[in-house]
Design a protein around this ligand. Structure first.
Ligand code: NAD
Length: 298
């Protein structure tokens, strides 16, 4: 393949490292002034192996930038009162600036009520209804990590959004809806598609910037993409390789058929190494934002 027919890779890992280094310096400055370390509390319930890996990675990431982490772990059959009591304690703790409840929760627990119990000013995930409302109003605040990660990646690669057509595939509260609001805030003309949208490929083809968060493996093909578009793939899917020398091993792919689309787009995020690393960087960034506000007495 000719190098000039291949899209520029939007390297989320490199940008996330840059962001994390900037956060580390900010923490170091605060510590030099005699302030306490910022703190992130993580509530982990049950024994979902993926959740345990995610939490371990988040705690490691905290350590590297100087954020102290507090792990609160419960068995899968924990009573909801115990979880609420834990969140209440963390909400009142002087050492804790961010609280993250690792999802999914066991089925008997009321996920929405538990997330809503997190104090909005410690909402490191930016998913509290109050923070989503603040985002809708276009005011600064704690924002959902994955969409914010997408926006920082676009910004660091100087992708122009003003007046551009942005198409978002997916309308979840976690990704699709908030990223659409953020693109709108940057003056893009935004179309949001979902599982019941008609002529998805035709709509996708109008996009200068295409953000895909549908949770459907390799759904977006080259003929869905306008030549020269910027393609952001939020999807994450682990699958087994069925043919070739790596048969039997597993690989991670996104919602975009990368090998096809990389030949058509101007810029594209890889999976892994695109949006994923940005999400953790934004979790740290939210924790620090909340810490700095607390230190400034706001
Ligand atoms: P979700 O299942 O909550 O929402 C999916 C959305 O896509 C829905 O709004 C649905 O209407 C739409 N959709 C589903 N099938 C569709 C189709 N065939 N055509 C058009 N629209 C369709 O998922 P989510 O939580 O928003 O996550 C989406 C993907 O992003 C998943 O693969 C998830 O694993 C991944 N994800 C990645 C990160 C990260 O850090 N990179 C973070 C969150 C989610």
């Amino acid at each position: 393949m000719q190098a000039d027919t291949t899209a520029e890779i939007l390297d989320g890992k490199a940008v996330a490292n840059q962001v994390r280094e900037e956060l580390r310096v900010r923490v170091e400055d605060c510590r030099k002034q005699g302030m306490r370390a910022p703190g992130l509390a993580v509530v982990l319930i049950g024994d979902n192996p993926a959740s345990h890996i995610y939490v371990k990675n988040k705690i490691q990431a905290c350590k590297k930038v100087g954020i102290e982490s507090f792990l609160r772990q419960f068995p899968a059959d924990v009573k909801e009162e115990e979880v609420f009591a834990c969140i209440d304690e963390l909400n009142r703790s002087e050492q804790v600036d961010g609280i993250l409840v690792q999802l999914p929760l066991p089925a008997h627990l009321p996920t929405d009520r538990i997330l809503d119990a997190v104090s909005p000013d410690k909402d490191a995930d930016g998913l509290h209804p109050l923070n989503l409302g603040i985002l809708t109003a276009g005011k600064p605040g704690l924002r959902p990590c994955t969409p914010q990660g997408v926006m920082v990646l676009l910004e660091r690669y100087a992708v122009e959004l003003k007046g551009k057509n942005a198409v978002v595939i997916g309308r979840s509260n976690l990704v699709g809806k908030p990223v659409a609001l953020m693109l709108l805030e940057k003056h893009a003309t935004v179309t949001v598609c979902h599982s019941r949208s008609k002529d998805l490929a035709e709509i996708a083809k109008t996009a200068d910037v295409l953000v895909v968060a549908a949770g459907r493996q390799c759904m977006v093909k080259a003929d869905w993409v306008k030549p020269g578009a910027v393609v952001i793939d939020v999807g994450i899917h682990k699958r087994e390789i069925t043919a070739g020398p790596k048969a039997g091993e597993s690989e991670v792919v996104g919602d975009v058929d990368f090998p096809e689309v990389v030949k058509k787009a101007a810029k594209i995020t890889p999976v892994p190494g695109g949006v994923g690393p940005m999400t953790i960087a934004m979790l740290l960034s939210n924790t620090l934002m909340s810490y700095e506000a607390r230190m400034a007495g706001k």
